[in-house]
Design a protein. Sequence first.
Length: 94
Amino acid sequence: MRPGVTLPFIERAFQSGEEMPSRPKLTQQRRLQTLDAAVEVIGEKGLTDTRVADIAERAGLSPGLLLYYFRSKDDLLTEALTYAEDRFYLDTFH
């Protein structure tokens, strides 16, 4: 953003003392689809060769939108691995 350029809704929020609106959440179904896509890509390419673009393509999202929801590649990979581990234990013991 250029210096001196402001966004009116942000100015109003700060002037009125309101907090900034939080990021919208992925729907639960879309989140699970995205984590499934991440687990598949990690399984195919390995953790170190997995790119955000690969996961985004598999999930049908843009890389920017994927990072908007997960904030960073590390957060996405951590959640995907945790999801895969949880799914493994549920499948194994139920």
